[in-house]
Design a protein around this ligand. Structure first.
Ligand SMILES: *Cc1c(COP(=O)(O)O)cnc(C)c1O
Length: 406
Protein backbone atom coordinates (compact mmCIF):
# COMPACT_ATOMS: atom_id res chain seq x y z
CA UNK A 1 0.00 0.00 0.00
CA UNK A 2 1.32 3.46 -0.87
CA UNK A 3 2.97 5.35 1.96
CA UNK A 4 1.96 8.65 0.33
CA UNK A 5 -1.44 8.88 2.00
CA UNK A 6 -2.07 10.25 5.47
CA UNK A 7 -2.77 7.13 7.51
CA UNK A 8 -6.17 8.34 8.73
CA UNK A 9 -8.30 5.31 7.90
CA UNK A 10 -8.32 1.67 8.92
CA UNK A 11 -8.83 0.60 5.34
CA UNK A 12 -10.08 -2.83 4.31
CA UNK A 13 -7.59 -4.57 2.05
CA UNK A 14 -9.75 -4.44 -1.05
CA UNK A 15 -8.69 -2.51 -4.12
CA UNK A 16 -12.10 -1.62 -5.39
CA UNK A 17 -12.24 -1.45 -9.15
CA UNK A 18 -15.84 -1.24 -10.29
CA UNK A 19 -19.40 -1.49 -9.10
CA UNK A 20 -22.83 -2.30 -10.44
CA UNK A 21 -25.97 -2.05 -8.34
CA UNK A 22 -25.25 -3.66 -4.96
CA UNK A 23 -22.14 -5.44 -6.25
CA UNK A 24 -18.55 -4.30 -5.94
CA UNK A 25 -15.68 -5.93 -7.74
CA UNK A 26 -12.06 -5.82 -6.58
CA UNK A 27 -9.00 -5.71 -8.84
CA UNK A 28 -8.24 -9.32 -8.03
CA UNK A 29 -11.70 -10.33 -9.27
CA UNK A 30 -13.38 -10.88 -5.89
CA UNK A 31 -17.04 -9.81 -5.82
CA UNK A 32 -18.76 -8.36 -2.77
CA UNK A 33 -22.38 -7.69 -1.89
CA UNK A 34 -22.14 -4.10 -0.76
CA UNK A 35 -24.22 -3.21 2.31
CA UNK A 36 -22.05 -0.16 3.00
CA UNK A 37 -22.91 1.76 -0.18
CA UNK A 38 -20.24 4.38 0.46
CA UNK A 39 -21.71 4.75 3.96
CA UNK A 40 -25.35 5.32 3.01
CA UNK A 41 -24.26 7.43 0.08
CA UNK A 42 -24.62 5.36 -3.11
CA UNK A 43 -28.36 5.47 -2.63
CA UNK A 44 -29.18 4.08 -6.07
CA UNK A 45 -26.34 1.55 -6.04
CA UNK A 46 -23.22 1.73 -8.16
CA UNK A 47 -23.19 2.87 -11.78
CA UNK A 48 -26.93 3.52 -11.91
CA UNK A 49 -27.60 4.11 -15.63
CA UNK A 50 -29.75 7.20 -15.00
CA UNK A 51 -27.05 8.80 -12.86
CA UNK A 52 -24.29 7.92 -15.30
CA UNK A 53 -26.35 9.52 -18.07
CA UNK A 54 -27.09 12.65 -16.01
CA UNK A 55 -23.45 13.10 -15.01
CA UNK A 56 -21.99 12.52 -18.46
CA UNK A 57 -24.57 14.71 -20.20
CA UNK A 58 -23.71 17.55 -17.79
CA UNK A 59 -19.97 16.87 -18.16
CA UNK A 60 -20.26 17.62 -21.86
CA UNK A 61 -22.05 20.92 -21.16
CA UNK A 62 -20.54 22.66 -18.14
CA UNK A 63 -18.73 21.60 -14.96
CA UNK A 64 -18.32 24.65 -12.87
CA UNK A 65 -19.00 28.37 -12.91
CA UNK A 66 -19.05 29.72 -9.30
CA UNK A 67 -21.93 31.02 -7.29
CA UNK A 68 -21.46 34.51 -8.65
CA UNK A 69 -23.69 33.26 -11.50
CA UNK A 70 -27.17 31.77 -11.55
CA UNK A 71 -27.01 28.00 -11.71
CA UNK A 72 -30.29 26.62 -13.09
CA UNK A 73 -29.77 23.16 -11.58
CA UNK A 74 -29.55 24.69 -8.09
CA UNK A 75 -32.79 26.55 -8.54
CA UNK A 76 -34.51 23.41 -9.79
CA UNK A 77 -33.21 21.13 -7.02
CA UNK A 78 -33.96 23.75 -4.34
CA UNK A 79 -37.57 23.93 -5.59
CA UNK A 80 -37.86 20.15 -5.35
CA UNK A 81 -36.37 19.99 -1.86
CA UNK A 82 -38.48 22.82 -0.47
CA UNK A 83 -41.57 21.37 -2.21
CA UNK A 84 -41.07 18.09 -0.36
CA UNK A 85 -40.22 19.46 3.11
CA UNK A 86 -40.85 22.08 5.81
CA UNK A 87 -38.13 24.23 4.27
CA UNK A 88 -38.37 27.46 2.27
CA UNK A 89 -34.70 27.94 1.42
CA UNK A 90 -31.70 25.82 0.49
CA UNK A 91 -27.93 26.39 0.59
CA UNK A 92 -25.81 23.90 -1.34
CA UNK A 93 -22.44 22.64 -0.07
CA UNK A 94 -20.18 19.70 -0.90
CA UNK A 95 -20.42 17.45 2.12
CA UNK A 96 -22.31 16.59 5.25
CA UNK A 97 -20.05 18.44 7.61
CA UNK A 98 -20.31 21.61 5.51
CA UNK A 99 -24.10 21.30 5.59
CA UNK A 100 -23.89 21.02 9.39
CA UNK A 101 -21.51 23.97 9.54
CA UNK A 102 -24.00 26.05 7.53
CA UNK A 103 -26.83 24.91 9.80
CA UNK A 104 -24.99 26.03 12.94
CA UNK A 105 -23.99 29.34 11.37
CA UNK A 106 -27.59 29.89 10.26
CA UNK A 107 -28.82 29.28 13.81
CA UNK A 108 -26.35 31.64 15.51
CA UNK A 109 -26.84 34.26 12.87
CA UNK A 110 -30.62 34.08 13.36
CA UNK A 111 -30.33 35.11 16.98
CA UNK A 112 -27.79 37.80 16.07
CA UNK A 113 -30.21 39.20 13.49
CA UNK A 114 -33.00 39.16 16.05
CA UNK A 115 -30.95 41.24 18.46
CA UNK A 116 -29.93 38.35 20.73
CA UNK A 117 -26.22 37.89 20.02
CA UNK A 118 -25.78 36.24 23.43
CA UNK A 119 -27.65 33.20 22.17
CA UNK A 120 -24.75 31.10 20.84
CA UNK A 121 -25.02 27.77 22.65
CA UNK A 122 -25.58 24.69 20.54
CA UNK A 123 -26.81 21.59 22.33
CA UNK A 124 -25.76 18.25 20.87
CA UNK A 125 -26.16 14.68 22.06
CA UNK A 126 -23.89 11.91 23.25
CA UNK A 127 -23.54 9.27 20.57
CA UNK A 128 -24.11 11.72 17.75
CA UNK A 129 -21.93 12.39 14.73
CA UNK A 130 -22.00 15.54 12.65
CA UNK A 131 -18.75 15.41 10.67
CA UNK A 132 -15.17 16.53 11.16
CA UNK A 133 -14.99 20.32 10.88
CA UNK A 134 -14.27 22.17 14.12
CA UNK A 135 -17.92 23.09 14.63
CA UNK A 136 -19.05 19.57 13.83
CA UNK A 137 -16.64 17.83 16.20
CA UNK A 138 -17.59 20.24 18.95
CA UNK A 139 -21.29 19.66 18.30
CA UNK A 140 -20.79 15.89 18.31
CA UNK A 141 -18.80 16.07 21.49
CA UNK A 142 -17.16 12.70 20.96
CA UNK A 143 -13.93 13.11 23.00
CA UNK A 144 -11.85 11.00 20.61
CA UNK A 145 -12.63 13.36 17.73
CA UNK A 146 -11.70 16.41 19.82
CA UNK A 147 -8.44 15.26 21.35
CA UNK A 148 -5.35 17.13 20.23
CA UNK A 149 -7.17 19.78 18.27
CA UNK A 150 -6.85 22.57 20.79
CA UNK A 151 -9.39 23.86 23.23
CA UNK A 152 -13.02 22.97 22.84
CA UNK A 153 -14.93 25.75 21.14
CA UNK A 154 -17.12 27.78 23.45
CA UNK A 155 -20.86 27.48 23.04
CA UNK A 156 -21.23 23.72 22.57
CA UNK A 157 -22.91 21.48 25.13
CA UNK A 158 -23.59 17.77 25.20
CA UNK A 159 -26.69 16.23 26.67
CA UNK A 160 -28.07 12.71 26.85
CA UNK A 161 -31.17 11.74 24.89
CA UNK A 162 -32.16 9.80 28.00
CA UNK A 163 -32.18 12.77 30.36
CA UNK A 164 -35.15 14.91 29.37
CA UNK A 165 -35.27 17.06 32.55
CA UNK A 166 -31.63 18.18 32.09
CA UNK A 167 -32.30 18.80 28.43
CA UNK A 168 -35.36 20.91 29.17
CA UNK A 169 -33.31 22.94 31.64
CA UNK A 170 -30.56 23.54 29.04
CA UNK A 171 -33.02 24.54 26.32
CA UNK A 172 -34.57 27.08 28.66
CA UNK A 173 -31.26 28.91 29.24
CA UNK A 174 -31.18 32.43 27.74
CA UNK A 175 -27.89 31.70 25.93
CA UNK A 176 -29.15 28.67 24.02
CA UNK A 177 -29.28 29.11 20.24
CA UNK A 178 -30.08 25.68 18.87
CA UNK A 179 -30.35 21.96 19.44
CA UNK A 180 -28.82 19.64 16.85
CA UNK A 181 -30.00 16.03 16.65
CA UNK A 182 -29.92 13.09 14.26
CA UNK A 183 -33.44 11.60 14.20
CA UNK A 184 -31.68 8.28 13.66
CA UNK A 185 -28.13 8.28 15.00
CA UNK A 186 -26.01 6.71 12.27
CA UNK A 187 -22.35 6.43 13.25
CA UNK A 188 -23.48 6.08 16.86
CA UNK A 189 -24.88 2.65 15.97
CA UNK A 190 -28.16 2.97 14.03
CA UNK A 191 -30.09 4.26 17.00
CA UNK A 192 -33.57 5.48 16.04
CA UNK A 193 -34.83 8.16 18.42
CA UNK A 194 -38.48 7.85 19.39
CA UNK A 195 -41.21 10.02 17.91
CA UNK A 196 -42.12 10.93 21.47
CA UNK A 197 -38.64 12.33 22.08
CA UNK A 198 -38.44 14.19 18.77
CA UNK A 199 -41.88 15.76 19.32
CA UNK A 200 -40.97 16.79 22.85
CA UNK A 201 -37.75 18.34 21.56
CA UNK A 202 -39.78 20.28 19.02
CA UNK A 203 -42.19 21.47 21.70
CA UNK A 204 -39.44 22.58 24.09
CA UNK A 205 -37.35 24.38 21.46
CA UNK A 206 -40.38 26.23 20.14
CA UNK A 207 -41.47 27.21 23.62
CA UNK A 208 -38.09 28.82 24.34
CA UNK A 209 -37.36 30.39 20.96
CA UNK A 210 -34.53 27.94 20.32
CA UNK A 211 -33.94 26.64 16.79
CA UNK A 212 -34.12 22.92 16.09
CA UNK A 213 -31.58 21.47 13.67
CA UNK A 214 -32.01 17.96 12.31
CA UNK A 215 -28.90 16.33 10.97
CA UNK A 216 -30.37 14.01 8.32
CA UNK A 217 -27.10 13.60 6.46
CA UNK A 218 -27.38 9.84 6.95
CA UNK A 219 -31.07 9.28 7.73
CA UNK A 220 -32.42 11.51 4.95
CA UNK A 221 -33.24 11.03 1.28
CA UNK A 222 -35.30 7.89 1.61
CA UNK A 223 -33.00 5.89 3.88
CA UNK A 224 -35.73 5.18 6.45
CA UNK A 225 -38.60 4.75 3.99
CA UNK A 226 -39.79 8.36 4.20
CA UNK A 227 -38.01 11.07 2.24
CA UNK A 228 -36.73 12.35 5.60
CA UNK A 229 -36.74 10.40 8.85
CA UNK A 230 -38.52 13.12 10.85
CA UNK A 231 -41.46 12.84 8.45
CA UNK A 232 -42.49 9.67 10.29
CA UNK A 233 -43.60 12.03 13.07
CA UNK A 234 -45.82 14.85 11.82
CA UNK A 235 -45.19 17.91 13.96
CA UNK A 236 -41.53 17.07 14.58
CA UNK A 237 -40.26 19.20 11.65
CA UNK A 238 -37.09 21.14 12.44
CA UNK A 239 -36.29 24.76 11.55
CA UNK A 240 -33.04 23.79 9.85
CA UNK A 241 -31.88 20.50 8.34
CA UNK A 242 -28.50 19.31 7.09
CA UNK A 243 -28.51 16.68 4.34
CA UNK A 244 -25.85 15.15 2.12
CA UNK A 245 -24.76 11.55 1.53
CA UNK A 246 -27.66 9.89 -0.38
CA UNK A 247 -28.63 13.11 -2.16
CA UNK A 248 -25.56 12.81 -4.39
CA UNK A 249 -25.79 9.08 -5.01
CA UNK A 250 -21.99 8.99 -4.62
CA UNK A 251 -21.24 12.44 -6.01
CA UNK A 252 -20.11 14.96 -3.35
CA UNK A 253 -23.00 17.18 -2.33
CA UNK A 254 -24.48 18.63 0.83
CA UNK A 255 -27.35 20.98 1.56
CA UNK A 256 -28.68 23.05 4.40
CA UNK A 257 -32.45 23.49 4.31
CA UNK A 258 -34.20 26.09 6.44
CA UNK A 259 -37.42 27.95 6.99
CA UNK A 260 -37.39 31.56 5.80
CA UNK A 261 -37.64 32.69 9.42
CA UNK A 262 -34.65 30.63 10.63
CA UNK A 263 -32.58 32.02 7.75
CA UNK A 264 -33.28 35.62 8.79
CA UNK A 265 -29.60 36.32 9.32
CA UNK A 266 -28.27 34.64 6.17
CA UNK A 267 -28.01 37.64 3.88
CA UNK A 268 -25.68 38.36 0.97
CA UNK A 269 -22.03 37.88 1.82
CA UNK A 270 -22.28 36.19 5.22
CA UNK A 271 -21.57 32.65 3.99
CA UNK A 272 -20.57 30.89 0.79
CA UNK A 273 -18.62 28.23 -1.06
CA UNK A 274 -16.67 27.83 -4.28
CA UNK A 275 -17.75 24.37 -5.33
CA UNK A 276 -21.06 23.97 -3.51
CA UNK A 277 -23.99 23.40 -5.84
CA UNK A 278 -21.91 23.23 -8.99
CA UNK A 279 -23.59 22.08 -12.20
CA UNK A 280 -22.21 18.52 -12.06
CA UNK A 281 -23.45 18.00 -8.50
CA UNK A 282 -26.84 19.49 -9.31
CA UNK A 283 -27.30 17.30 -12.38
CA UNK A 284 -26.69 14.20 -10.27
CA UNK A 285 -28.72 15.47 -7.31
CA UNK A 286 -31.73 16.12 -9.52
CA UNK A 287 -31.53 12.65 -11.03
CA UNK A 288 -31.23 11.05 -7.58
CA UNK A 289 -34.10 13.08 -6.18
CA UNK A 290 -36.43 12.13 -9.02
CA UNK A 291 -35.90 8.43 -8.32
CA UNK A 292 -36.01 8.48 -4.51
CA UNK A 293 -38.90 10.91 -4.07
CA UNK A 294 -41.32 8.51 -5.78
CA UNK A 295 -43.83 6.88 -3.45
CA UNK A 296 -43.03 3.51 -5.02
CA UNK A 297 -39.32 3.89 -4.25
CA UNK A 298 -40.01 4.81 -0.62
CA UNK A 299 -42.44 1.90 -0.30
CA UNK A 300 -39.74 -0.36 -1.71
CA UNK A 301 -37.35 0.77 1.04
CA UNK A 302 -40.01 -0.14 3.61
CA UNK A 303 -40.59 -3.57 2.08
CA UNK A 304 -36.89 -4.41 1.83
CA UNK A 305 -36.37 -3.18 5.38
CA UNK A 306 -39.15 -5.49 6.63
CA UNK A 307 -37.50 -8.36 4.80
CA UNK A 308 -34.15 -7.60 6.41
CA UNK A 309 -35.60 -7.25 9.91
CA UNK A 310 -37.52 -10.50 9.74
CA UNK A 311 -34.29 -12.15 8.60
CA UNK A 312 -32.44 -10.49 11.48
CA UNK A 313 -35.05 -11.75 13.95
CA UNK A 314 -34.50 -15.30 12.74
CA UNK A 315 -30.72 -14.87 12.96
CA UNK A 316 -30.94 -13.31 16.43
CA UNK A 317 -32.92 -16.36 17.59
CA UNK A 318 -30.32 -18.73 16.15
CA UNK A 319 -27.26 -16.75 17.22
CA UNK A 320 -27.96 -15.29 20.66
CA UNK A 321 -24.23 -15.80 21.27
CA UNK A 322 -23.46 -13.33 18.47
CA UNK A 323 -26.33 -10.82 18.23
CA UNK A 324 -27.17 -8.65 21.23
CA UNK A 325 -29.94 -6.73 19.48
CA UNK A 326 -31.04 -5.36 16.14
CA UNK A 327 -31.78 -1.68 15.74
CA UNK A 328 -32.25 1.15 13.27
CA UNK A 329 -34.96 2.22 10.88
CA UNK A 330 -35.67 1.50 7.23
CA UNK A 331 -32.43 0.60 5.48
CA UNK A 332 -30.29 2.23 8.16
CA UNK A 333 -29.88 -1.01 10.07
CA UNK A 334 -27.68 -2.03 12.93
CA UNK A 335 -26.75 -5.25 14.66
CA UNK A 336 -25.22 -4.91 18.09
CA UNK A 337 -22.76 -7.76 18.52
CA UNK A 338 -21.08 -9.69 21.29
CA UNK A 339 -17.86 -10.27 19.32
CA UNK A 340 -15.70 -7.33 18.27
CA UNK A 341 -17.52 -5.55 15.45
CA UNK A 342 -14.31 -4.78 13.49
CA UNK A 343 -13.39 -8.46 13.49
CA UNK A 344 -16.88 -9.46 12.38
CA UNK A 345 -16.71 -6.89 9.56
CA UNK A 346 -13.46 -8.45 8.34
CA UNK A 347 -14.96 -11.93 8.62
CA UNK A 348 -18.01 -10.83 6.62
CA UNK A 349 -15.68 -9.71 3.84
CA UNK A 350 -14.35 -13.26 3.67
CA UNK A 351 -17.96 -14.29 3.04
CA UNK A 352 -18.32 -11.68 0.30
CA UNK A 353 -20.41 -9.27 2.35
CA UNK A 354 -19.51 -5.65 3.09
CA UNK A 355 -20.93 -4.08 6.26
CA UNK A 356 -20.00 -0.86 8.05
CA UNK A 357 -19.01 -0.36 11.67
CA UNK A 358 -20.87 1.73 14.19
CA UNK A 359 -20.84 2.87 17.79
CA UNK A 360 -21.71 0.58 20.70
CA UNK A 361 -20.06 -2.36 18.94
CA UNK A 362 -22.56 -2.42 16.09
CA UNK A 363 -22.23 -3.32 12.48
CA UNK A 364 -24.43 -1.28 10.18
CA UNK A 365 -26.04 -2.35 6.97
CA UNK A 366 -26.89 0.54 4.65
CA UNK A 367 -27.39 -0.93 1.18
CA UNK A 368 -28.59 0.75 -1.96
CA UNK A 369 -32.23 1.79 -1.60
CA UNK A 370 -32.89 -0.14 -4.81
CA UNK A 371 -31.69 -3.48 -3.40
CA UNK A 372 -33.96 -6.31 -4.60
CA UNK A 373 -35.64 -9.02 -2.50
CA UNK A 374 -33.25 -11.63 -3.92
CA UNK A 375 -30.28 -9.47 -2.97
CA UNK A 376 -31.68 -9.00 0.55
CA UNK A 377 -31.93 -12.78 0.88
CA UNK A 378 -28.39 -13.17 -0.41
CA UNK A 379 -27.12 -10.58 2.10
CA UNK A 380 -28.92 -12.42 4.92
CA UNK A 381 -27.48 -15.74 3.84
CA UNK A 382 -23.95 -14.28 3.78
CA UNK A 383 -24.57 -12.77 7.21
CA UNK A 384 -25.74 -16.17 8.43
CA UNK A 385 -22.52 -17.76 7.13
CA UNK A 386 -20.48 -15.01 8.82
CA UNK A 387 -22.17 -15.55 12.19
CA UNK A 388 -21.77 -19.32 11.94
CA UNK A 389 -18.09 -18.81 11.19
CA UNK A 390 -17.74 -16.40 14.14
CA UNK A 391 -19.29 -19.03 16.41
CA UNK A 392 -17.05 -21.75 15.00
CA UNK A 393 -14.06 -19.59 15.89
CA UNK A 394 -15.27 -19.32 19.47
CA UNK A 395 -16.13 -15.63 19.18
CA UNK A 396 -19.08 -14.06 20.90
CA UNK A 397 -20.69 -14.93 24.16
CA UNK A 398 -19.59 -18.38 25.16
CA UNK A 399 -22.40 -18.99 27.68
CA UNK A 400 -25.15 -18.25 25.19
CA UNK A 401 -23.49 -20.54 22.64
CA UNK A 402 -23.36 -23.45 25.05
CA UNK A 403 -26.95 -22.73 26.08
CA UNK A 404 -27.95 -23.05 22.41
CA UNK A 405 -25.91 -26.22 22.00
CA UNK A 406 -27.58 -27.73 25.10
C1 LIG B 1 -21.57 11.32 7.47
C2 LIG B 1 -22.24 12.26 8.37
C3 LIG B 1 -21.83 13.60 8.49
C4 LIG B 1 -20.59 14.12 7.82
O1 LIG B 1 -20.69 14.07 6.42
P1 LIG B 1 -19.35 14.25 5.55
O2 LIG B 1 -19.88 14.27 4.14
O3 LIG B 1 -18.46 13.10 5.86
O4 LIG B 1 -18.74 15.53 5.93
C5 LIG B 1 -22.57 14.44 9.28
N1 LIG B 1 -23.66 14.01 9.94
C6 LIG B 1 -24.08 12.73 9.85
C7 LIG B 1 -25.31 12.32 10.58
C8 LIG B 1 -23.39 11.81 9.08
O5 LIG B 1 -23.79 10.54 9.02
Amino acid sequence: MSQALMPLYARAQIEVERGEGVWLEARDGRRFLDCVAGIATCSLGHAHPGLVAALTAQAHKLWHVSNIFRIPGQEELAEKLTGATFADLVYFANSGTEAVEAAIKTARRYHFAKGNPERIDVIGFAGSFHGRTYAAINASGNPTYLEGFGPRLPGFHQMSVDDLPALAEAIARPTTAAVIVEPVQGEGGARALSGEFLLELRRLTREHGVLLIHDEVQSGMGRTGKLFAHQWFPGAEPDIMAIAKALGGGFPIGACLTTAEAASGMVTGVHGTTFGGNPLAMAVGLAVFDVIAQDAALAHVGAMSDRFYSGFAALAARYPDQIVETRGKGLLMGLKLHANNREVMALAREHGLLVAGGGENCVRMLPSLLITAEEVDEALSRLDATLADARARGWGQVDAASAVAA
